[in-house]
Design a protein around this ligand. Structure first.
Ligand SMILES: [Fe+2]
Length: 371
């Protein structure tokens, strides 16, 4: 059996003011928002709500310890609703605060503590990448385990996801590039997942088309062209979130997690490093079915031959973000065996969604090509 569902109600706000008028956020609400996002808020709109800026608790990617520190600060307070306005990191962290219990966070992520929803959760993305607003996944670096782990539970679904393109207007070009490439990878990994079905592939294809057509325009007109395309990219990232929320992500994400956790590389950028090499490996192992139909679709979209799709993708993505080799992040050749072991032993949730099986030798070979 293959399933498809869209869980949160998706709402489209015309502006930030429209959003605040609809929700009337007050003192019984918990709000996660960065300083950058708060600059968009109309004056006095938070009306004594408890506001958490996660950057006060950690730098870089979110960890279990950071969540413990926030939870400790909130001890003794109760909240009616949880809001989060931010990138995937902020949304992923906020999801945990809609649960009855979240500490010990390591135990929650390792399945020793049940995930039970306690209060409504409203998520507002401010990047065009993670799709976290429509998925039931929260991803953290678990400090003592040395890698990122995803917790997937229906208790983590938002009740409402609200799309406000205005909030993306001041996204720096590098963040725009990394987050939209992440969304493209969500669309592609979910398309070739064995859990994909006709409904998930509809959302995957729509997301790919919007993102790649946008990239073609940026490649011709320059990076400033992205501004008028932001509503399209925001919608594409939500579409991709719906697709991978149902069909899953796979090896690109699995291979990127050790890099992200050990070298503090932002999620979208770490995925970008792995992306085309993983797909070239799939193609060399088994070229049929969803991978072949993906390549045919991309060849038409990118005006190239089917066999040149990944080279053409690399060229196009090069207009959006510089791609680095692993040593540029401080990775040593010795690390590659350790990364491979982490992927094979701790990322089985993702590796189960691979287009075709990748064993330890195949994973190590991908890392070596990127070294
Ligand atoms: Fe991702």
């Amino acid at each position: 059996m293959k399933d498809f569902a869209i869980h949160p109600k998706i709402r489209f706000a015309a502006s930030v003011t429209d959003f605040f008028q609809s929700y009337n956020i007050g003192s019984s609400d918990l709000v996660f928002a960065s300083r950058r996002t708060q600059q968009h808020f109309p004056a006095d709109r938070l009306k004594n709500a408890m506001v958490i800026d996660y950057r006060n608790y950690a730098s870089g990617e979110p960890t279990d310890q950071m969540v413990e520190n926030i939870a400790a600060e909130l001890t003794g307070r109760s909240f009616r609703r949880v809001f989060a306005l931010g990138g995937g990191t902020i949304l992923d962290v906020a999801k945990l605060f809609a649960l009855k219990r979240l500490s010990p966070v390591d135990g929650l992520f390792m399945g020793e503590l049940p995930a039970e929803k306690a209060r409504p959760l409203i998520l507002v993305p401010t990047t065009c990448g993670t799709g976290s607003e429509v998925t039931n996944i929260s991803i953290l670096s678990l400090t003592k385990r040395g890698t990122k782990i995803g917790l997937a539970s229906d208790a983590l679904y938002a009740d409402e996801a609200v799309l406000i393109p205005e909030l993306l207007a001041d996204l720096p070009p590098k963040v725009f590039g990394a987050s939209s490439i992440d969304a493209l990878i969500h669309a592609i990994e979910s398309y070739t997942s064995p859990k994909a079905n006709a409904c998930t592939q509809l959302f995957s294809l729509q997301a790919m088309d919007r993102i790649l057509c946008g990239y073609k325009e940026i490649a011709v007109r320059g990076e400033a062209a992205r501004i008028s395309l932001l509503p399209d990219f925001l919608l594409a990232s939500t579409y991709a979130g719906i697709a991978f929320g149902n069909a899953g992500c796979a090896a690109v994400h699995a291979l990127s997690y050790p890099l992200g956790a050990s070298c503090h590389v932002p999620h979208g950028e770490a995925n970008y490093v792995m992306f085309t090499e993983v797909y070239k490996a799939y193609r060399a192992l088994h070229y049929d079915g969803s991978l072949q139909s993906l390549c045919l679709h991309l060849a038409a979209l990118l005006d190239c031959k089917e066999a040149a799709v990944f080279a053409r993708l690399e060229e196009l993505l090069g207009h959006i973000l510089d791609k680095k080799k692993l040593p540029a992040y401080g990775v040593t050749e010795k690390d590659l065996d350790k990364y491979t072991e982490i992927v094979m032993t701790r990322q089985s949730r993702l590796m189960a969604n691979n287009y075709t099986e990748l064993n330890a030798a195949a994973v190590l070979s991908i890392y070596k090509k990127l070294f």
